[in-house]
Design a protein around this ligand. Sequence first.
Ligand SMILES: Cc1ncc(COP(=O)(O)O)c(C=O)c1O
Length: 415
Amino acid sequence: MNKREFLGGAGAMAALFSSGAWARWSALEPQQLARAEDFWSQLRGRYRLREDYINLENGYYSMMAEPVLEAFVERVREVNFEAARFFRTRAEAERLETRTALARVAGCDVSELALTRNTTESLDLVIAGHDWKPGDEAVMCDQDYGTMLAMFEQVARRWGAVCKRVALPLHPASDDELVELYAAAIGERTRLVMLSHMVNITGQILPVEKLCAMARSKGVAVMVDGAHAFAQLEFVIPKLGCDFYGASLHKWLGSPLGAGLLWVRKPRIATLWPLLAPPPGRAQDDITRLNHIGTHPAHTDLALRAAIAFHEEIGVARKEARLRHLQRYWTDKVRGRAKIVLNTPSAPERSCAIANVGVEGLAPAELARRLFEEHRIYTVAIDTPSVRGVRITPQLFTSEAELDALVRALLALAA
Ligand SMILES: Cc1ncc(COP(=O)(O)O)c(C=O)c1O
């Protein structure tokens, strides 16, 4: 680890928790640490937060911790200073080093991992890069991300493919119910299934491994939208059993804006058409053939290493435990109360940081407006045929006291 990554990782923790405190905290089990408000309030000091409102909309993108931001600014200066020479002499090797660090987080081989700008680019590349024939079918669900659904509709119009949408239940009774739902939609002509690892509007986590196993048994490829799962949940991509995985790193990895990943199972790499043509000479099974975008903000790729170091030092198991604790902390206090509607499954393993709540008699936009104007709590309204409420997304810097304020506000609005 060089000095810059150190700034984002071990340096940050050592500076924050001096004289062995970090050693003591990190010896706790993640579930115990998740409840140690003292620890998290000190970590909160690593973020520059607004004091005039409580931000519970950290699902759009999440700010960098201050040490990562410092490293990013330093990298902007560095690339600007070296200019063309940076690109001609170092850019390629630096990018490989970043991909290698990211592959470690993803638990995959670097030859299967490409850096992209976000989930949109990663998944659109897979959807549009597939060799669709008229009558080929794709399976997805009504709660998948809007622009991914739109890209499927576009390839349907362009190539005569057919999109089949299943209606995802908000409160599934079992994994089997979900497996059967998707299995029933897969037919002879199905070529690709899209799965949201974590549904962005409700926070529901799908049993991706079981769903992939079912699709594989039918010989159908699976693409997973990991925008919210990557760096929030503890898992390794290749073990999920999917063929393609896309994620944004500016959500839960806390990277600079405009960073994403695309993982493609090795034999599938050669089958995809890139969105933008690569330089000549790249081998068909070279994943870097897929993500050529020309001259680009290389400092973002470089500063990713500081975000990775920060993430690894906290540890994804601790992050997952704390984020689930925060969500349960407030949902447990409002579940079952008059007029409160939770649109997120109650089984702990089916959600983590994100949950969605509605108040009967209040339109989602009105609820979001009143939360902000009357209670200084920032959220986002979700108003779709199946989900009506506001999405609540805490982050590592969110305190229990802030969630107490949310509970008070929701109960007051429901009264
Ligand atoms: C489930 C899901 N997929 C894809 C995206 C797109 O992410 P990005 O805008 O970073 O490409 C989002 C963004 O919120 C999302 O929640």
